[in-house]
Ligand binder design. Sequence first.
Ligand code: SF4
Ligand code: SF4
Length: 201
Amino acid sequence: MSRDSQGRFWLTVLGAHTRLHSSLCAACPHHVAGCCSHPPPYDWADVARVLSLGGRPHLTASLAEGKLALVPTGLRFATPKRKDSPRAPRSARCVFLEASGCTLDAREKPAVCNYYACESALGGAPERNPHGGAPFVAYAAVRELWTRWTAEVAEAVRTAYPEGPEALDDALVTLLVTTYERLEREAGLSHLRPPPLRYER
Ligand code: SF4
Ligand code: SF4
C-alpha cells in the first residue's frame, strides 16, 4: 500500500508477527521521540513471542543491564531522559531508541511496536483517507488477535504464579513458550513465523 508523495506505509503480513511500517514515523508530527516516548507494556504474551523466536538471550541481558524490569504483568522498558540537541529539553523515551531509530530486531519487540501506526501515519481518518478504511483493516485484525492472546497468556501466568513470577527462569520460559506456541498452532498461524533469532556467542 502506498499513501502519497509525502509519506508511505506498507505491511509485512506474518500473522502475529505482522509489521506495519510508515515513513512518517521517522519525522513524527506528534512527539520528538514518536510513540517511543511512551513505550508499550511488554506483556507476558509479548515476552512469550520473543522467547518462542529465540530471544531469551536478549531478554536476559536487558534485565541484567536494567533496560527491562520484571513486573507482575510481564516486563517494563526503562525510559531514561535524553536530549536531542544541546539546546533541546531532556525528554523520556524507550531505552532502545537511538538517533537512528529502534535498535531492536522486530522479533525482540512487543508485538504492538511492530503493528501499530496512528491515523496520521496511515494517511488520515478513513473518511478522508485516499484508501478509505483499508489501511485500518490489518491493524484491527492483528490487534484483535493480540488482545485475545495477551489475555490468555496472562491468565496462564496468573494461574501458575498467583503472586507473580520472581524471575524469568526455565519454568516460566517453558510455560510462556508452550502457551504461546499452542495459541499460534490453534489459530493456524505457525507457518507464518519468521526465522528464529541467532546471537553471536
Ligand atoms: S505511529 Fe504516529 S505517533 Fe507513532 S511514531 Fe508514527 S507518526 Fe508518530
Ligand atoms: S522497543 Fe523500539 S519500537 Fe518499541 S518503544 Fe522501544 S524503541 Fe520504540
